[in-house]
Design a protein. Sequence first.
Lengths: 261, 261, 261, 261
Amino acid sequence: MGDLHWETKLSTTSENGIRIRGYDLVQLIGTVPFPSVLYLLFTGELPEPNVAKLIDAVMVASIDHGPGAPSALAARTAASGGASLGAAAAAGLLTMGKYHGAAVQDAMEAIQQVADSSKNQALDRAADAVVADWRKAGRRLSGFGHRQHKHKDPRLERLFELAHAANVPGDHLQAAHAIEAALKRSTGKDLPINIDGAMAAILCEINFPVSLSNGLFMLARMTGIIAHAHEEITQMPPMRRIDPVDFDYAGPAERDLTNIG
Amino acid sequence: MGDLHWETKLSTTSENGIRIRGYDLVQLIGTVPFPSVLYLLFTGELPEPNVAKLIDAVMVASIDHGPGAPSALAARTAASGGASLGAAAAAGLLTMGKYHGAAVQDAMEAIQQVADSSKNQALDRAADAVVADWRKAGRRLSGFGHRQHKHKDPRLERLFELAHAANVPGDHLQAAHAIEAALKRSTGKDLPINIDGAMAAILCEINFPVSLSNGLFMLARMTGIIAHAHEEITQMPPMRRIDPVDFDYAGPAERDLTNIG
Amino acid sequence: MGDLHWETKLSTTSENGIRIRGYDLVQLIGTVPFPSVLYLLFTGELPEPNVAKLIDAVMVASIDHGPGAPSALAARTAASGGASLGAAAAAGLLTMGKYHGAAVQDAMEAIQQVADSSKNQALDRAADAVVADWRKAGRRLSGFGHRQHKHKDPRLERLFELAHAANVPGDHLQAAHAIEAALKRSTGKDLPINIDGAMAAILCEINFPVSLSNGLFMLARMTGIIAHAHEEITQMPPMRRIDPVDFDYAGPAERDLTNIG
Amino acid sequence: MGDLHWETKLSTTSENGIRIRGYDLVQLIGTVPFPSVLYLLFTGELPEPNVAKLIDAVMVASIDHGPGAPSALAARTAASGGASLGAAAAAGLLTMGKYHGAAVQDAMEAIQQVADSSKNQALDRAADAVVADWRKAGRRLSGFGHRQHKHKDPRLERLFELAHAANVPGDHLQAAHAIEAALKRSTGKDLPINIDGAMAAILCEINFPVSLSNGLFMLARMTGIIAHAHEEITQMPPMRRIDPVDFDYAGPAERDLTNIG
């Protein structure tokens, strides 16, 4: 043990195998689903079944946002220049900066502030105070107001439905709705909870670490990024000019899960 | 529709939501598990239940390999220099190059060659021919021979067990074993199937696209990379000298899944 | 000195300062120009004055190729998503793959093969043989044929002029011209030396390491990438759709070096 | 001209060639040195000769810091995993985060604040006020105090010597010295100007844009990063454990510039 000795609480490897937070990886394989092992690695404990279902749902909700997402376009641009699949994926990952993906973490902070301070005062007043603080500090309240969807994003209702079905405590969901109302009072504008805000509220409900929420989003979205990079590498001519809006979908027709039988 | 118009077969967004390969994302959320939606995005179709279970198993088997893996060390080094979580994860991702992660793809190619050519000749002769070809071309047969585990990697037996339980056809698993035997005949050395070879054989069994196998591994391992980068950012002093071997595990003690109840 | 002890031939730091390939960095600062110190670090020796001039010229010729270059677009896309200057630059760097920047290295290989084999046979026959080999192997002869400039790229003439003024031996320049003629004989098409081929010939003339030629190009072009990422970060709205062709130059009007006085 | 039309002030390409900030690139090649064309691209104007000399000097001073620098280690780690030269360089670049390279920008901000506010008050009081503000805000005054060199970093004296020879105005150099003195008064500790502070003061003297100072450092250091990645790729075994301190220099012996003749 030398001067540079250090410790990790995540995992260990030995001749007997790999352990993740104390659990034998071999036991986890085929027994615990991937999103739950991710939760174990990120938080230190396996999730309860209702939490496991929500983690999986949040990851599926984040898996792709079409070929016009900046991260997909950057990955395709790199692939078009001849990058490997991994290098193209890295270019996409680097595009998920403070305007593209970081919103969930900001929203979690605001929602937790409201939920915490509502223990000592009415929820409405707690939300008003946090909204006033953020506006005073010039911080945008990410997670509220629709950037991309003119109409209500249908992913929201589904996520809220699953959260209720999972019997989460509900205080952070209420805090998110209180922020929405406080923003209306403060700005006069409709700034409804958006997909980032909904995911933030649900991650708060299941005690997901705030500082890893972007990591969760990045990991889930990496799926779409890899798929776009791969399509570019295998199907498109090199060095093409990639238009960010002039594209169409030419895949399988609209189909319904119920058809699967 | 301009000169640069292009098409994708992956996904589409509209005011009505997001569709992945034709399926409404909202229907997928909470209904189809994340690894299966990944399979849908990567291959175009949802997996059968037995395939879904194997994809999940391969992803869990790849999720982390301890703090000494080059990708974890690179991510920690970047984090220690002050990189953001995403930038540190990108440094880790870029480390998964041809010696670290690409083995699965190479092994899939060899296994498919043997399985294909065994339709016209005995399996042993097919394996002998492929091994001879690869050796002549100076290509290392990744997926065979243990780099890291002196003893049998316990993940292998678990994966094979799950593959048999899933009732896969089995011809690619047989091809992998035939390569192991052919290598022994050709080199005189024991070069048993390793974890990369086992995952390759299973991905062949479920028709996973060869050119996306590294993508699958990178995505799964990104979980470990993000966890290591996050621990470095939140728990370690900046600009520390990161020893690649002088570390210990200081997390939860060894524990058993059966304790969960 | 432990089991992992290793050695470098590049540089060393101590309490007395930094030495690059044996030279005290302090002596180099303000005495030897940056491109020559780069040459020292890359090759092990300081360049002769004529070589120093050519390295500088090749670097200036590579410094930027306008906002439509894939690497500039990828860096801007990442910046637009909120990436830091460094992360955006990395996305640009990753875009310089085998179709965008790697041409110089390929061309150097072909030119060296012709120059080497012309020692035993007529230059024309040497070029014919190399062209035949590359075409048989299905390799594109990068460095010949104009991708981007319909007319003669004016950078070429300037680089050749400087090479002649520098009194380089000239055999690799002749080899490059011999390849151009051999391509005409073999394909019937005009595939004139392009900027990549010209830089390749000059780098061959000054014994620049083939395996570092892409590194030289990437480093020089990183200047443009950083400038584009910085303009995006400081002047453009976040999350904008970046059109790859619909842009104009709005900087200082055309001006002449001779006006500088 | 469509909805997404946008403008750049950096450069333009046409059939007639490439123009950088209005200058024909062909005229610049072989006439204006690389660091001066970089200055043109970054700032909009060519530097005066004394400024050109200082830019070059700052770039040479930043070109490498030995194999133990985190960015060199990350690039080597990625290369050891099988990354390409560009991907390994990107891993190194991403390591130049807020603790490794960003110091110059922070120091420029502090120095400019002192120089600006000293127009209305004594320099000492201006420095005291800025030091008090930064300490109150909990910001570390980068650029002061030696992290790596126990003794005086010999690069400093050389850079100051060149700055004086270049006849810079000197007010920002004085501001840097005033901060050093104010830190002594405020903390009781010796926190002398370090290499980051010296480069910051000089970049302030020549009106280099603060928001591009990290870009300049990253670009210069990318030279060392590429050299280390290349040595790893070409000279070292794959997947080796890279010790961050247990290495020696085995290159050319110490030599003197004056020997060059």
